[in-house]
Unconditional design. Structure first.
Length: 258
């Protein structure tokens, strides 16, 4: 599988993605934060106001900020604001999600029913059960199937941890970000199959969401190649099951207005 374009050194805007979404019969997409600055949320929501293809924005908000409630008050005035994410896997403390100030912030999200995108890697999964105990009613989704070590073909450890956390009924999982966790220049769809099969087994069709991880995916392939690889890894499914993973689960989880 040939690699996609080079490093992410240019702007990627809605008009770049919209033709691809239309060609593949997608109504739109959810934009997820990439920078941990408040100005990004303002910018993403301004783009969403101009582009119908942006169905929702998952923004960054400082979970440790004592004034988080005020920030959320402002964000929730915008109907396109649908969730919060923090880049947990870049924090030096592997137990960051269990820090008291973080839990306080997540409880604020929980009280408002604001969904949270959980961006972690395998070493963080051991701490997710503790998180689920502290905020049991917070809708959460694990991004990028927790970035297993696909390039190395490592399955053990990750698989058991994912099975354990999948028992929590409010936890969803995004099937995304996989081709960049494989060898970007030489990945093959069949390398993804055991990982996709496992999350399908433990989460079921009701709690999985397809994600393209565009534009980050372009480091290893095109949006179309991501969709094709996911389809191959998922295998034959009936139309109703496919529709859930391709859109209706995300619509329900984020409360999207189509």
């Amino acid at each position: 599988m040939p690699p996609g374009p080079g490093p992410l050194r240019r702007n990627f805007l809605p008009q770049d993605l919209e033709p691809v979404l239309t060609q593949n019969s997608f109504d739109g997409s959810v934009v997820v934060q990439a920078a941990q600055v408040p100005e990004e949320a303002t910018w993403l929501l301004s783009l969403a106001a101009k582009h119908k293809s942006i169905l929702g924005v998952v923004a960054w908000a400082d979970l440790k900020d004592p004034n988080l409630g005020r920030t959320l008050d402002q964000l929730q005035k915008n109907p396109k604001f649908v969730g919060v994410r923090h880049i947990v896997h870049d924090e030096p403390d592997v137990r960051w999600i269990l820090q008291p100030d973080v839990i306080r912030g997540l409880k604020e999200l929980e009280s408002r029913k604001v969904p949270y995108d959980l961006l972690v890697k395998p070493p963080h999964l051991a701490y997710v059960p503790g998180l689920l105990e502290k905020v049991p009613d917070l809708p959460m989704v694990v991004d990028h199937i927790a970035k297993p070590y696909i390039k190395e073909g490592i399955f053990e450890g990750w698989a058991q941890d994912m099975e354990r956390i999948a028992k929590h009924p409010k936890l969803y999982c995004k099937v995304s970000g996989m081709i960049t966790e494989a060898d970007p220049a030489n990945w093959k769809a069949e390398q993804l199959t055991p990982y996709v099969a496992h999350v399908l087994k433990v989460f079921g069709f009701e709690r999985l969401m397809f994600g393209s991880d565009w534009p980050v995916c372009t480091l290893a392939g095109t949006w179309k190649q991501v969709l094709a690889a996911f389809t191959q890894a998922l295998g034959a499914q009936d139309a109703d099951e496919r529709a859930k993973i391709m859109g209706s689960n995300a619509t329900r989880f984020y409360g999207l207005k189509l």
